[in-house]
Design a protein around this ligand. Sequence first.
Ligand code: AMP
Ligand code: MG
Length: 477
Amino acid sequence: MPVSSHYRAAPRFLELGDGFADPVQPARFPQHRLRFRNQRWAERIGLGELDEAEWERHFARFEPLPENVSEPLALRYHGHQFRNYNPNIGDGRGFLFAQLEDPVDGRLLDLATKGSGRTPWSRDGDGKLTLKGGVREVLATEMLEALGVYTSKSYSLFETGENLHRNDEPSPTRSSVLVRLGHSHVRFGTFQRYLALGDRERIERLLDYSVRHYAPEAAAEADVPAAFLRIVLERSAALCASWMVAGFVHGVLNTDNMNVNGESFDYGPWRFLPTHDPRFTAAYFDHAGLYAFGRQPQGVLWNLARLGDTLAELTDPSELERVLGAFPEHFLRHHREKLAARLGLVAPDDHVAMELQSVCRAFLEESQVGHDRFFFDWFGGAASEARAAASPEAERYGGPGFTALRRAMDACAPIDAMRLAQPYFEGAGPVTLLIDEVEPLWDAIAERDDWSLFEQKIAAIRAMGEATGLASAVRAR
Ligand code: AMP
Ligand code: MG
């Protein structure tokens, strides 16, 4: 198999020993039709030279990669789902397929599946992923990456030729298997499982493993569990801030969907918000709006407190409480940074950054300007004045709220004025991924097997990420 010298197998999960995963067999599918191949990430990890047959062998038939995990592993975890503890979950339709070291920055990466068949944790599920679910995960990850959100990547998507039955899609519906490239699948719920089982020894093992591979800076501190919680909290605050600036609603912020590396993953009923509305909710089944746009910071903090409950087995809980108390400060600081970055601006000092944050938020809420439209129109601040004046939403750029915002933007400098010369900024408007675009894009596939809208959307999203520079910022992390 033609792996390049960039390929670095690193099957570290085995260091955890027994009790963390179950070996499983991948499903056999009647058909393998490649629908998405993430060539740029494949090249980065040394797998870009695989030909079609090899790609299919590894990412549809799941033959192990060289020197890697020898048998797929369904990972064990629990989690709070909509605040109710569920001890019956785990990898019910996925497994860890391989681990690799990122040749660029040394991160330990996982290739893991979604829709690869039943496992001991499937309960009464079929272990499969609908094609629409796969398409939606690819779109979400591409858009988030382009907007500078630290996210898992969609690595491969095969259509698999089965008919699935779901309550939330017209059924029967087409099937797929996704491979996701992520910075670990250690979830808050992985820790929670061993608290629920009263297994302190495995909490210690999991913490050692997590510190060694994902938070080595905690190792030298006097209180390692508290240092680990602090690091996870800072990363999660940064992630949540970047969702808020992206206008992204994850939809299912359960503790089993949060990773200790602050990497966003597992995309189900996600939505992007059309205009700033704190009550905007993604999941049709989230009747109480628990995970509405404006409640995401609270949701993330609540989840961090559940991770803290587990770490309290190993250290003084009052120290963990102190760590949790710092969430708002970290969230707001990251939010300021990400907001300025999405506007293509650099604030000269904290005072201006805080002012920009407060007036921008007020303006977005009051004016109900299109969320993406605003950032498109005003990228680079004053330098975009003429472009903004020609926007279909130009009439919203007036009044006292806007005057205050304009003053704050004028006090900042553009990150790189040259970016405005990119063709993207001469286009008619922002690249967006609102539900009104996702549904027709899926309908073209469902009704006519027409993948052109999907492919064009991905190309447009990538071009946007390159034009704003936000995509390269996240890739370098
Ligand atoms: P999710 O909502 O995707 O985060 O999944 C929550 C839990 O339900 C996890 O344990 C999944 O593995 C499991 N699950 C979701 N869909 C299926 C399915 N079709 N078959 C088996 N398990 C599933
Ligand atoms: Mg999940």
